[in-house]
Ligand binder design. Structure first.
Ligand code: ZN
Length: 310
């Protein structure tokens, strides 16, 4: 099938969310605490409706179930990726995700979670948390028991365009004043390690200290990212990450360029600008899929894109 499949975001209200998904992307957000737009998702907690074409009104999850041939008949049980845009007006809790093996055993056969972050925008003094300072598991457990959070976590300054790969077992947190495009494994399993002692409806949110201790990798090591940049006819393409679960690339197109879709599927997120994709108008905030066997897609205009595939 040679049809672009545009998706409609599903929104999540969060204590720490803001309104930038409405003001900057023009999304019809439900309120001024909108923390997440699930922009490419087949997850049961937020399954994106299809906006156009033969399957208009169905969801991505429905399409995956009923037309596996559009995704290369890979035999996987669920659509493997989930893309979100996150607007953190306040700090998110400090958390960690399990890997597939731990989640299978402890979370009803769910997938673990590997994720990656592209910083779309942030305040000049914005920071995030990636990693920790404990040398060994014993030291980690001691620091957690003694609540030495500020000694434990690694806080890093960030700027627009930075990219981080968050492997399972990595302590991490998005902090206030940050807009992020997150590409992740299709999973919703998170262990909360520390929540700045905040209260929600008068009570602290639940922490998952034992599971966190089980899954946090010691010592922390940064994943290698930003592996390769290619200058082509009308585009610059930077490969942000290639890992066993996904590849994510950043494209800057000026004039026209060809995207080759020779993967099970290709996700395209439009970060900036406007133009056309095989004649369809595209603009900042659009997200679409090129199905299996699509071949070449002509991108025209001045646009920045993130593409992802398995
Ligand atoms: Zn996470």
């Amino acid at each position: 099938m040679r049809e672009l499949i545009f998706l409609q975001p599903v929104f999540k209200q969060m204590l720490w969310g803001g309104s930038r998904l409405g003001t900057e992307y023009g999304y019809p957000i439900p309120g001024d605490h909108t923390g997440e737009a699930w922009v490419v998702s087949a997850h049961k907690n937020g399954d994106c409706p299809i906006k156009n074409g033969s399957f208009q009104g169905k969801t991505l999850g429905w399409l995956w179930e009923n037309h596996p041939e559009l995704f290369g008949n890979t035999g996987q049980e669920v659509f493997p990726l989930l893309v979100k845009i996150i607007d953190a007006r306040d700090d998110l809790s400090i958390q960690v995700h399990p890997d597939d093996a731990y989640a299978r055993e402890h979370e009803n056969g769910s997938l673990g979670k590997t994720e990656c972050w592209y910083i779309l925008d942030c305040d000049p003094d914005a920071t995030i948390v990636v990693g920790h300072n404990a040398g060994t598991k014993d030291e980690l457990c001691r620091m957690i028991d003694e609540k030495r959070w500020m000694d434990l976590i690694k806080i890093r300054p960030i700027k627009k365009g930075d990219f981080f790969q968050i492997e399972p077992g990595t302590v991490h947190a998005i902090r206030k004043g940050t807009l992020i495009l997150e590409t992740q494994q299709n999973s919703d399993i998170t262990y909360r390690l520390y929540d700045y002692d905040r209260l929600q409806d008068g009570k602290p949110r639940e922490l998952h200290l034992q599971k966190s201790k089980d899954v946090i990798r010691c010592p922390h090591t940064d994943a290698a990212t930003g592996t390769e940049t290619v200058q082509g006819e009308g585009f610059t393409r930077r490969t942000l990450i290639t890992c066993p679960l996904y590849q994510v690339d950043k494209w800057d197109v000026t004039g026209s360029a060809v995207l080759s879709q020779n993967h099970p599927f290709l996700i395209v997120d439009v970060l900036e600008g406007e133009g056309r994709a095989d004649g369809h108008p595209i603009r900042k905030g659009d997200h679409f899929l090129l199905p299996w066997g699509y071949g070449d897609c002509l991108i025209e205009g001045n646009v920045s894109l993130i593409t992802s595939h398995t």
